[in-house]
Design a protein around this ligand. Structure first.
Ligand code: SIN
Length: 564
């Protein structure tokens, strides 16, 4: 029997000449910050873009982002200092060129957003109020309404799209509720991507042909039972790029956010790191601060350190959560600075003046994704990636807080510009045959819920080789009767994407026999020189390809255990 993860090219059978056809210059899969910024760049340069969003634009990780956008806009701050903090948190795996490019472009992106009408919180003297978050040595984060930055960013970008092109003659069409099932591959042998096959509840299946396709569809956080991500974050773009033959990289690196509200029955709502930036403490059941003993930056240590320290505290105390003590901020200041979070906490009967808030870490940000360069180019012609779905190397092994919206703005714009430069390739006749499965019917939501629990348990904050092996066995079992099915709805396709992504994540995590950044292995608790390298995986190769080795790797003597 073959391996369905490798053998399956398309999720559904289709015959291209029989389906409705739509044409554009650049197809953008994903309507978050990276996708909208890519589309705006295409339009401003005179091109036509279609943006696919499987939900309304207001339901995305971007729209849910709280803390803000990091950028060196303070007169005493520099892009270099921002780069130094980004590189330090990234634990030796960042691509330094990507980091410098992003931190240098930051102030201009913020200026542009302000010109477009983005509201940013201001201090009493009228200057932009800058917050501090974990891993930043200074206040550098712009924000809106305390912790509702993403919502305002989406409003501004959407308005910008609606304004239309004044001079360029370009255009943007946004297709909401439209699910991209698979990328279309040329039969000419070079793997060129020609667009995508999509599904819309009213219009059914459609083919969208484009000279370039940009994957900006966000991360895979929903593969974990505990996550801050919206329901839509199922990593569809990563899985479809994998099926089309693109390399995926760094998938072992998933960032866990330390402070997610942990109240039975409540959605796993984030309590922004900016709350700790304002002075909140993490305390155990005895009210004792525990981060001071763990790191010199205490509650503002990098997220991986805080999440792991919480996990260790819980293992020691046997509790299910720790507490965020808001009293050092003061109830009045908390309400004024974070009105949305104040309302959230109070809605569960908690009074910030007296009640520490139960919190627990949860999966938050997918550092890995489709391998791409500084222009978003992947290793398939006609395919680009950016934002959380891409792996440019800007975050290394751990992402610095509030660098993700900035990444989306900077690399989204660059990917849009480069995508428009692609040569047009004519549509082709594509016949996708998928054999019917004779296995039993599936309860999709049951498999999905088992999968999410297993990934959280076996590939969560702290991992071991044997738990990852167990996870791979389970995924192989579920994959054998789920990946061979032909579904006709989003839930089924998402499940298939999640099984692929979970398998790739587990394989990459098992391969990396060290601890680095967000990836913590109990059986290999130290960083190891031979793993000071990034790794990417492709459908047509058994073993990963290593690239982007750091100086740390060349400086250390090779150990007897080779990474391959
Ligand atoms: C937060 O507000 O804590 C999240 C910001 C981020 O993920 O960078």
């Amino acid at each position: 029997m073959g391996d369905p993860l490798v053998d399956r090219r398309y999720l559904i059978p289709f015959r291209s000449p029989l389906l409705p056809q739509i044409f554009t210059d650049v197809l953008v899969v994903g309507g978050g910050v990276a996708g909208l910024r890519a589309a705006l760049e295409v339009r401003d340069r005179g091109g036509d873009a279609i943006v696919l969003a499987k939900a309304p634009l207001e339901v995305s990780s971007t729209a849910w982002a709280q803390g803000g956008i990091a950028a060196a806009i303070d007169p005493d701050d520099t892009a270099e200092a921002h780069a130094v903090d980004t590189l330090e948190v990234g634990c030796g795996l960042n691509d330094p060129a990507a980091v410098h490019l992003m931190t240098e472009a930051g102030p201009a992106e913020i200026d542009a957003l302000r010109r477009f009408g983005m509201r940013l919180d201001e201090a009493d003297d009228g200057a932009i109020d800058l917050a501090r978050e974990g891993g930043h040595r200074r206040r550098r984060i712009v924000h809106t309404d305390g912790a509702a930055t993403g919502r305002e960013l989406v409003r501004v970008l959407r308005e910008r799209v609606a304004l239309g092109a004044r001079k360029s003659g370009g255009s943007i069409r946004i297709f909401e509720h439209c699910f991209a099932i698979d990328l279309l591959s040329s039969a000419r042998g070079d793997g060129r991507v020609l667009g995508a096959i999509t599904h819309h509840p009213r219009h059914g299946l459609q083919l969208i042909w484009a000279k370039a396709t940009v994957i900006a569809s966000g991360g895979l956080g929903q593969v974990f039972r505990e996550t801050t991500n919206p329901r839509v974050a199922t990593g569809d773009g990563i899985a479809m790029a994998w099926r089309a033959g693109a390399s995926v990289a760094d998938l072992e690196f998933v960032q866990f956010h330390p402070t997610v509200l942990y109240v039975a029955g409540a959605a796993r709502a984030l309590l922004s790191e900016a709350v700790r930036g304002e002075g909140a403490w993490l305390v155990d059941r005895d009210g004792r601060r525990f981060m001071q003993d763990a790191h010199p930056m205490a509650e503002l240590a990098p997220r991986d350190v805080v999440s792991r320290t919480i996990a260790a505290t819980l293992a020691r105390t046997g509790e299910s959560h720790v507490w965020l003590d808001l009293r050092p901020i003061g109830a009045a200041r908390f309400a004024q600075r974070f009105p949305g979070l104040d309302a959230l906490v109070r809605s569960f009967g908690l009074d910030p003046a007296s009640d520490p808030v139960p919190v627990h870490p949860a999966a938050h940000y997918t550092i890995g994704g489709v391998r791409c360069d500084l222009h978003g180019r992947t290793d398939l012609p006609g395919l680009f990636a950016c934002g959380e779905a891409g792996a440019s190397g800007v975050h290394g092994a751990n992402r610095l807080a509030s660098n993700s919206l900035l990444e989306g703005l900077v690399f989204g714009g660059r990917a849009g510009a480069a995508a428009l430069e692609e040569e047009a390739a004519p549509p082709e006749r594509i016949i996708a045959d998928v054999a019917m499965s004779h296995r039993a019917e599936l309860d999709v939501s049951d498999v999905r819920s088992s999968l999410r629990s297993a990934v959280w348990r076996n590939a969560g904050i702290v991992r071991t080789g044997s738990r990852l092996d167990d996870l791979l066995d389970m995924l192989d079992f579920w994959g054998r009767y789920s990946l061979d099915k032909i579904f006709d709805d989003t839930e089924g396709w998402e499940l298939q994407n999640q099984i692929s992504n979970a398998t790739l994540l587990a394989k990459a995590s098992r391969w990396r026999r060290e601890s680095r950044g967000t990836h913590a292995r109990e059986d290999f608790p130290e960083s190891r020189g031979e793993f000071a390298t990034r790794a990417c995986w492709r459908r047509d190769r058994e073993a990963p390809e290593m690239f982007g080795a750091t100086t740390e790797a060349s400086a250390e003597t090779a150990s007897s255990e080779s990474p391959a």
